[in-house]
Design a protein around this ligand. Structure first.
Ligand code: TRP
Length: 336
């Protein structure tokens, strides 16, 4: 049997932060060690929320440079840009004809937008302000996944419903036309969701993130020091497992250091300030190398572009036979 294919899309809507690295990038790079991996920048999906072309370009470059700097080897992992694989959009158009509209009516993001309109009393047009990009978002995602015949799709919890929609669309298609599309599985990572500076989930929309590759040690220190800690006496015993700082430390430090720090927190020997300093040291040690690579890639967008274009042709080579099979199955070609 051919090796399983793992595929995921990354929306270029912000500069990647530490939560993105620990929650998504690192687990995906680990999966790429075991499977044939296709990772792409979902720039067509981002068009739905980023209306500023300069910003879309910038975030595309930053996301690609971040993955490369953190160790993605573009010779082993196919890193590409969604818009460089136009087969996606033909498959999208074909799949639209087997996609029940009700399936998309029930998608979380669309339902939430409709609910907001209703709350605001816009009963005469509950679709006010909702465009087709938002409504068809899960269908485009299905096209991304099914086009590459992916087996495994690493996603966060917020994307699980989209995977269910993808599977439903694939089943309807196969039920009508025969087993042409591979029905993928979602792969939920075991990585913990990282807590941000204010105690909520680390997310760019809360502005509570620790920067990943854009910051030197001083900025890292400034961010980490902003974590709120309790006001118990400095040498009171501390519960490491209730501390987001320790959680991050555990994710990035060698196991021996983690055990030692845990003991010193429990006994009260270590202060929160000292934990913050140790965390900054470990983070800086981990990120200094990637940071240098990141800077040189940002200074050479043409090189990043070459890598993405080369990845795009590899993705197309895999996509073409699948799309040819789909066209034939539905009767778009004269020869079945
Ligand atoms: N919707 C995903 C997100 O917001 C990004 C995405 C687009 C994606 N296409 C995909 C993820 C295909 C996995 C597979 O994070």
């Amino acid at each position: 049997m051919a090796a399983s294919v793992v595929l995921t899309g990354i929306k270029p809507t912000g500069t990647p932060h530490l939560g993105n690295y620990l929650g998504a990038i690192r687990p995906a790079l680990d999966l790429a060690e075991q499977f044939e991996a296709y990772y792409f920048i979902a720039n067509q999906h981002a068009l739905n929320s980023v209306a500023d072309p300069a910003q879309l370009r910038r975030h595309t470059l930053e996301v690609a440079a971040t993955w490369l700097a953190l160790g993605l080897d573009p010779h082993r992992v196919t890193l590409y840009r969604q818009s460089d694989v136009p087969e996606t959009f033909e498959l999208f158009a074909i799949l639209a004809n087997v996609t029940p509209k009700g399936l998309l009516n029930r998608a979380h993001a669309y339902k939430a937008a409709v609910a907001r309109n209703r709350e605001q009393g816009r009963d005469e047009d509950e679709d006010a302000g909702i465009n087709m990009g938002l409504f068809a978002y899960p269908l485009l995602m299905a096209a991304d996944i099914l086009l590459l015949s992916a087996d495994l799709v690493p996603v966060g919890r917020d994307q699980v419903q989209h995977l269910e929609i993808t599977r439903a669309i694939a089943r309807v298609f196969n039920g009508t036309y025969g087993e042409v599309l591979r029905v993928p599985e979602a792969h939920l990572s075991h990585a913990p969701s990282i807590v941000g500076l204010d105690g909520r989930k680390m997310s760019k929309s809360y502005q509570n993130t620790i920067p990943l590759l854009i910051a030197g040690p001083d900025e890292l220190r400034k961010a980490v020091r902003r974590y709120r800690t309790d006001s118990a006496p400095a040498h009171a015993p501390k519960d490491p497992d209730a501390s987001p700082l320790f959680e991050i430390f555990q994710e990035v430090a060698p196991a021996g250091d983690t055990a030692q720090v845990k003991g010193r927190l429990l006994s009260g020997e270590m202060t929160w300030g000292e934990l913050k300093d140790s965390l900054v040291d470990v983070l800086d040690g981990l990120l200094a190398g990637p940071r240098a690579v990141y800077r040189s890639l940002l200074a050479d967008p043409a090189e990043v572009d070459r890598i993405l274009v080369a990845g795009g042709s590899r993705a197309r080579a895999r996509a073409e036979p699948l799309l040819a099979g789909v066209r034939a199955a539905v009767g778009l070609t004269l020869q079945p």
